[in-house]
Ligand binder design. Structure first.
Ligand code: YXS
Length: 259
């Protein structure tokens, strides 16, 4: 595989994001390799998976691949978007997925990390929810992922400011499980993976699916869903969305007008 490294040691699988030149930006091809790796690990009897970046990474992932975002007139995060596929695969695979985070996590990868079952971060890890930075209308299930991970007030702060928060703060508010000193991060993560792998895989797989079904059981009426989708269309049909994506691709600050 070109964009990840896949290894398995007994019942523990490890997927390392390895698209170094683009700071592990989640492109269609990188996501396809992660999804295939999860399928192979499940088939090979892995009982837990560690999803991580390269050792010592300054950026865990720089976001959805901006070069693959549509410039307007189409939902940028629709059902078939690679990021949506990746989140659904992590949530529905039988094995618990532990996100081991070093470095900055930007945009869609924050949701990817939050979709993982357990999050263990080094002290330099940060998390930035960036739709407002680009003018993107985040999608419904993604917002529910954020709402499951943090209080509504904190989700609003993350979403409206698009500013990174520290691993220490994320742990303090319960958004991530542990912050561990960098030299101990790998050992600590492997220790937890080993504990999980030594427990009953069927019981764990069923509890993981139970928790997914129960956590996702939030009543959104068809009318409510249609209203949200209509509001999102206003955004991705707007000048600001087009401007945000163009500015991102041209590496300049966007000039948002509110239209
Ligand atoms: O241009 P070259 O070939 O040198 O490659 C550069 C960047 O273009 C590339 N790169 C990316 N490519 C595609 N998609 C990305 N998201 C992306 N981010 C970076 O990586 C190479 C090195 O980047 P550079 O020079 O900026 O590195 P740096 O060390 O100076 O800065 C690191 C970052 C992460 C602070 C900086 O790259 C950055 O701010 N990246 C964008 C972070 C971001 O806003 N991500 C959100 C993407 S949109 C998304 O995820 C969702 C749609 S949403 O926003 O709704 O959540």
């Amino acid at each position: 595989m070109e964009f990840i490294k896949l290894t398995q040691d007994g019942h523990i699988g490890t997927i390392v994001l390895d698209r170094h030149r683009k700071l592990n930006a989640l492109s269609h091809d990188l996501v396809a390799e992660v999804i295939e790796a999860l399928r192979q690990l499940e088939e090979a009897g892995a009982r837990v998976v560690i999803l991580r970046a390269q050792a010592g990474a300054k950026v865990w992932s720089a976001g959805h691949d901006g070069g693959e975002l549509p410039e307007g007139g189409r939902d940028p995060l629709g059902w078939d978007d690679p990021l949506r596929h990746l989140v659904r695969t992590i949530e529905t695979c039988r094995m618990p997925v532990i996100a081991m985070v070093e470095g900055g996590v930007w945009g869609g990868p924050v949701e990817t990390v939050l979709a993982c079952d357990i999050i263990i971060a080094g002290p330099c890890a940060t998390f930035a929810v960036t739709p407002a930075r680009l003018g993107v209308p985040y999608n419904v299930s993604g917002m529910m992922t954020f709402m499951s991970a943090a209080s509504l007030r904190l989700v609003k702060e993350l979403a409206f400011t698009a500013s990174p928060i520290s691993a220490e703060r994320a742990e303090r508010i319960g958004m991530i499980n542990h912050v561990v000193p960098a030299p101990e991060l790998e050992t600590f993560t492997l220790g937890m993976a080993t504990t999980i792998a030594n427990n009953a895989p069927l019981s764990i797989a069923v509890m993981k699916e139970q928790l997914r079904v129960l956590a996702g059981a939030k009543p959104v009426s068809p009318r409510g869903f249609e209203k949200v989708q209509g509001l999102r269309r206003i955004v991705y049909d707007s000048h600001d969305y087009h401007e945000g994506i163009r500015a991102f691709k041209e590496k300049r600050r966007p000039a948002f007008t509110g239209n």
